[in-house]
Write a protein that binds this ligand. Structure first.
Ligand code: GLC
Length: 468
């Protein structure tokens, strides 16, 4: 009998703590889940090179990898950084641009793999204040502008890879991914023998000395000097250890509400969010976890002077709709130039996305994933409307016969409204579907929104025991 009560009490304690954890996480994630759309900023001294090394266009990868892919010696890279002077950096304009585009949070690379800190750091002289002509902290005014516009701010931090602070790890890349260096064979042999490092200056300290002397202190700095930090975005856990990961987790306690991603150390430090990169998961790939697709507007995260392969506004908006229809977030990137200005192509696309979001944003923010099967004409998000349900139908392909069929739904149709015009549309239930009669032309070529209200709750065909 005693044993029975003992087990019962333990089971109770366990479920209460699990409940506390879940509600704690749900509370922490609430703003993030409602936000759906954020700005990623990849910026640093790699923008000086713009994806070109001594006239050679970098053969592979984002321009933020120029130092590694082109095997630029530490002294040469740091020498050039001395002239870094982004006089056209305007954080107020950047935050306002993000806000006007409908974005709810910003994540900037406080330190990328090249180890260059965009903030004043006492842990390493390789930072914007001590190592460049500009000599001022770049994160402080951005944090201020975020507070001014009510924008959540997060930091990307390359916790493991660091190509300038000795001891940092390096993901090995072959010379051919940079430029046709006559010494390629010798260099590839060297990097193979030196865990990817290509310069002896990178190996004068151990990884643990780097973690304890630079990385952990710097994460402490960015989590204590700039007010509320909403997200810590780790990246590439090359040679990460559990011991190092635990040290970072300890520092995170400085910001109890902070959200982290799944790139601190895999697989045993999953963080809060999954981070598919440059791709949108299919419905089948979703497993109920919070996720965020990060994507570039052209082919590079960092500024690449010769990459003009810009995605259209239409595809960027439809990506956002597709992602929201599957219950995820979209982190869309900009890569400022070395002078701090933002490429015109990015400014133009963000403004156009903003125009679309002004009309349709409420059908993106704080919505749930679509309960319907895949739709050949577009996507759907869902929102409760009292005891009924509102389906936000985004039409990409306007049906030629003027009839929009919403399949596999038994709920009674109450109302359908075309948001662009505000007009009510004729709607009826028919053979287990709902049919909406449309005007001949689509009001918006990118995606026209129809809000359909139906009775009660909708059985979600896509749920596999998820919470969404
Ligand atoms: C990849 C790139 C890295 C970039 C990151 C953003 O890992 O290599 O440079 O910061 O994606 O998701």
């Amino acid at each position: 009998m005693k044993k029975f009560y003992f087990i019962l009490i333990w089971a109770l304690i366990f479920s209460v703590s699990m409940q506390a954890q879940t509600t704690g996480k749900d509370a922490r994630m609430e703003w993030w889940r409602a936000a759906r759309f954020g700005m990623f900023i990849h910026w640093g001294v790699y923008a000086q090179w713009g994806g070109v090394y001594h006239g050679h266009q970098q053969a592979r990868g984002g321009a933020e990898w120029i130092m590694n892919r082109s095997k630029i010696p530490v002294t040469e890279y740091q020498e050039r950084a001395k002239s870094f002077n982004p006089v056209n950096y305007n954080p107020d304009a950047i935050v306002k641009m993000a806000k006007d585009a409908g974005m709810k949070y910003i994540i900037i690379t406080s330190k990328h793999h090249d180890g260059f800190a965009l903030f004043k750091s006492d842990a390493s002289k390789w930072n914007v204040v001590d190592a460049t002509k500009y000599g001022k902290d770049l994160l402080e005014p951005l944090a201020e502008a975020c507070r001014k516009y009510g924008m959540k701010l997060g930091f990307y931090y390359s916790q493991a890879q660091d190509w300038n602070n000795p001891g940092g790890s390096v993901a090995r890349k072959e010379m051919r991914e940079g430029w046709p260096n006559p010494d390629s064979a010798k260099i590839d042999a060297y990097t193979a023998a030196h865990k990817g490092h290509w310069d002896p200056l990178q190996e004068t300290k151990t990884f643990d000395e780097y973690i304890d002397g630079v990385a952990v202190p710097q994460v402490k700095e960015i989590l204590t000097k700039y007010g509320d930090i909403a997200v810590l975005w780790w990246d590439t856990p090359t040679n990460m250890t559990d011991a190092a990961a635990l040290k970072f987790q300890e520092v995170l306690k400085l910001q109890p509400g902070i959200i982290t991603n799944d790139r601190l150390k895999r697989p045993n430090f999953p963080g809060d969010t999954k981070t598919p990169e440059q791709k949108i998961p299919t419905q089948a790939e979703l497993d109920g976890q919070d996720w965020e697709t990060c994507m570039t507007m052209n082919g590079s995260w960092g500024y690449k002077s010769w990459d003009h392969n810009w995605k259209s506004t239409e595809s960027l908006v439809r990506n956002l709709v597709d992602i929201a229809s599957k219950g995820g977030n979209y982190l869309l990137n900009i890569g400022p130039k070395e002078d701090g200005s933002v490429p015109a192509e990015s400014i133009e696309r963000l403004a156009q996305i903003g125009n679309w979001m002004k009309v349709n944003g409420n059908a993106i923010y704080a919505t749930k994933a679509s309960p319907l099967p895949d739709l050949d004409w577009g996507r759907c998000t869902m929102k409760r409307a009292g005891k009924n349900t509102q389906l936000n139908l985004f039409v990409f392909n306007w049906p030629a016969n003027g009839k929009l069929v919403v399949p596999a739904i038994a709920n009674k149709a109450i109302e359908a409204r075309l948001i662009a015009t505000g007009k009510k549309l004729t709607v009826k239930n028919e053979n287990g579907s709902i049919v909406i009669v449309l005007p001949s032309a689509a009001p918006d070529k990118i995606a026209s929104l129809i809000q359909l209200t139906v009775t009660g709750e909708i059985a979600n065909v896509n749920i596999k025991g998820t919470k969404k």
